[in-house]
Ligand binder design. Structure first.
Ligand code: PLP
Length: 369
């Protein structure tokens, strides 16, 4: 029986104080006058863009990055005074709305520059960032377009150019030769363009040292506790716990089966606990029969396949007193990092966070709660 006093759900607990502490920690790497922005794309890496945006604002953060126009519009409601850049740029149909909500598009091509300059000619100067491709080959002006713009800076027209930026491909590998190559390409590009604040570093880039900082840095993952250099000790504080309610416990005889496909046939009498999380919550299906989670502080294996809403655990080794229906089972928390769950899932922490299910109940805490 499920205890009627408890829920039957999974939750995501976000520690806003830890995010604030991480923001301060990143700021401590920066020289005077270097602006530390906050990257809040994909709903703040899955954790809640507006809540985190307000917490960062309280720490003095005034510049934010999102990827999509809709993300920018939503964030604008929470942060009326912030400077908000939209990394994927402005589609022609959205340009007027960008201006109305004071969202600054990232201009990723010469065509983007022309379109935004036309809007500024009509409506007066509006802010934008100019993105130069220095090796990602993804977005940003490629070298031949940079040449054209450098030769004819008047193409920028009345654009209020707030930022010239580029993005590192290999920042999380300190010794990777791409870093120095991109730094040199970015410095050269900047020198050929009208003066504006410059930005190259993401989370990892901040820890590559002051030459990578320029006027503004753009951390995302590190704010949320991610490790800037995955092969070194993590200087950031963890910010999330993921927990699922324990729903039921049963004993199943030898020869019994567990879960979809009856994929697990029990070799001995086994105590099975069912918890309220599944792949719909972002707990990956490939963790079936592979992962371990913490029940009452003890590590136990997942048994059988992961369902949409449920996971089964082999708790044969645990006393019945430790298996309280309604109690929380730790998926990520003090004993287990997001990075570890990601490794077990065959992916990276960025993907784990941004694919957490919308259904997970979000709780925001401050302090040590
Ligand atoms: C996502 C992103 C960032 C933040 O990167 P992290 O590795 O999460 O710090 C910075 N700049 C750009 C252009 C991005 O797309």
């Amino acid at each position: 029986m499920t205890d009627p006093a408890t829920g039957t759900t999974a939750r995501l607990v976000v520690d806003l104080s830890a995010i604030a502490a991480n923001y301060r920690r990143l700021g401590a790497e920066l020289g005077a006058g270097v602006v530390c922005a906050g990257v809040l794309k994909a709903n703040g890496y899955g954790l809640g863009a507006n809540r985190i945006g307000r917490a960062l604002w309280d720490e003095g953060c005034r510049v934010f990055f999102v990827a999509h126009f809709e993300e920018g519009r939503t964030l604008r409601e929470a942060l009326p005074g912030a400077e908000i850049f939209v990394l994927n740029g402005a589609a022609p149909k959205d340009e007027a709305e960008f201006a109305a909500h004071r969202l600054a598009p990232t201009l990723n091509s010469l065509a983007d520059v022309t379109a935004w300059a036309r809007l500024c000619a009509r409506l007066g100067p509006h802010p934008a960032a100019l993105h130069i491709d220095t090796g990602m080959s993804r977005l940003g002006l490629p070298p031949e377009e940079l040449d054209i713009l450098a030769a004819e800076p008047a193409r920028l027209g009345a654009i209020d150019l707030r930022l010239v930026m580029s993005h590192l491909a290999c920042g999380e590998e300190r010794g990777h030769p791409m870093n120095a190559r991109q730094l040199a390409a970015f410095e050269e590009a900047r020198a050929r363009l009208p003066a504006a604040r410059a930005s190259l570093a993401n989370s990892s880039g901040i820890f590559l040292g002051p030459r990578y900082h320029f006027g503004l840095v753009r951390p995302g993952l590190a704010l949320y506790g991610g490790n800037p250099f995955p092969d070194q000790p993590n200087p950031m504080r963890p910010t999330v716990r993921i927990e699922a309610r324990l729903l039921q416990v049963r004993n199943v005889d030898q020869g019994g089966t567990v879960g979809y496909g009856a994929a697990r046939i029990l070799e001995r009498r086994t105590k099975i606990a069912t918890i309220a999380i599944g792949y719909a919550d972002g707990y990956r299906r490939n963790l079936g029969d592979r992962d371990r989670v913490l029940v009452a502080g003890q590590s136990v294996p997942v048994i059988g396949r992961v369902s949409m809403d449920l996971v089964t655990l082999d708790v044969t080794g645990l006393a019945d007193g430790a298996l309280v229906p309604g109690s929380w089972v730790e998926i990520v928390g003090p004993n287990r990092t997001v990075e570890d769950l990601a490794a077990q899932s065959g992916t990276i922490d960025y993907e784990i966070l941004t694919t957490l299910g919308a259904r997970l109940q979000r709780h925001y805490v401050t302090g040590a709660a």
